[in-house]
Design a protein around this ligand. Structure first.
Ligand code: 5GP
Ligand code: ZN
Length: 114
């Protein structure tokens, strides 16, 4: 999708602080970090949100999760952990309509969210 911000980040048309990239995913730091560590992991292909994944996306989703935890460890979150979040649509608080996994770490987070 030409107009999608995260597609444009995945295509390197919009600059971002990229932490990891392979054929199917990109991880980059959030522009407005809510914790000392806050990065996003996205599929390169456009998927609106988690409600729209298909059976053929299972490997892609596994790749997102696998690399999210690898980067979280590299960022120093292994010992104390981190928050892994998928916001979805209006009730989930999603503001960018391209599937993205948030990873937040290096600060104590509470539950439930507000
Ligand atoms: P959502 O609210 O959709 O779950 O999260 C979208 C996230 O994308 C927000 O945390 C926001 O700070 C981040 N974001 C929005 N625009 C940009 C951008 O241009 N670059 C980067 N790196 N992050 C962005
Ligand atoms: Zn997109």
């Amino acid at each position: 999708m030409d107009s999608c911000l995260f597609c444009r980040i995945a295509n390197h048309e919009v600059p971002s602080d990229i932490l990891y990239e392979d054929d199917s995913i990109v991880a980059f730091r959030d522009i407005s970090p809510q914790a000392p560590v806050h990065f996003l992991v996205i599929p390169k292909k456009h998927i609106n949100n988690i409600m729209e994944i298909e059976e053929s996306d299972k490997e892609l989703l596994g790749n997102i999760l696998f690399n999210a935890q690898k980067i979280a460890k590299t960022e120093g979150c292994e010992e104390k952990g981190a928050r892994f979040v998928l916001n979805c649509k209006t009730d989930g608080g999603q503001t960018v309509g391209h599937l993205h996994l948030h990873v937040l770490g290096k600060r104590m987070l509470y539950w439930p969210p507000g």
